[in-house]
Design a protein around this ligand. Structure first.
Ligand code: ZN
Length: 111
């Protein structure tokens, strides 16, 4: 079961804590190994592979200074928090590890 523990932030937003147990490690060793020749911001934050920048790229909303993933419907609640970081891409091979409610369309897609 890929779902990790879901809890509530101080703002009432549902969040998921990435962990090895749920197969979700953000900005971990694998990421850093792949981006050591340069980061463009389009890399999957789980594995460091290019995730693309188009409208089909999915991702997650990150808060807690990079420690937690916010539910797609609760991002607005969390936006005022100083530790809110916004949307980051997750590639097609990694997105299956993210519970459906936490997958968010690319808000930066050109068209
Ligand atoms: Zn990935």
């Amino acid at each position: 079961m890929p779902n990790g523990n879901v809890a509530l932030t101080d703002t009432g937003a549902r969040y998921l804590v990435p962990s090895e147990d749920c197969g979700v490690i953000m900005w971990g060793d694998e990421f850093h190994e792949r981006i050591k020749n340069g980061e463009t911001g389009e890399e999957c934050i789980l594995c460091g592979r290019k995730a693309g920048k188009g409208s089909k790229t999915l991702g997650v909303v990150v808060s807690g200074g990079g420690g937690i993933i916010i539910h797609a419907d609760d991002a607005e609640l969390e936006q005022g928090d100083p530790a809110f970081m916004g949307w980051y891409p997750v590639g097609s091979s990694c997105i299956s590890a993210i519970p459906r409610g936490f997958r968010v369309d690319n808000p930066r897609a050109d068209a």
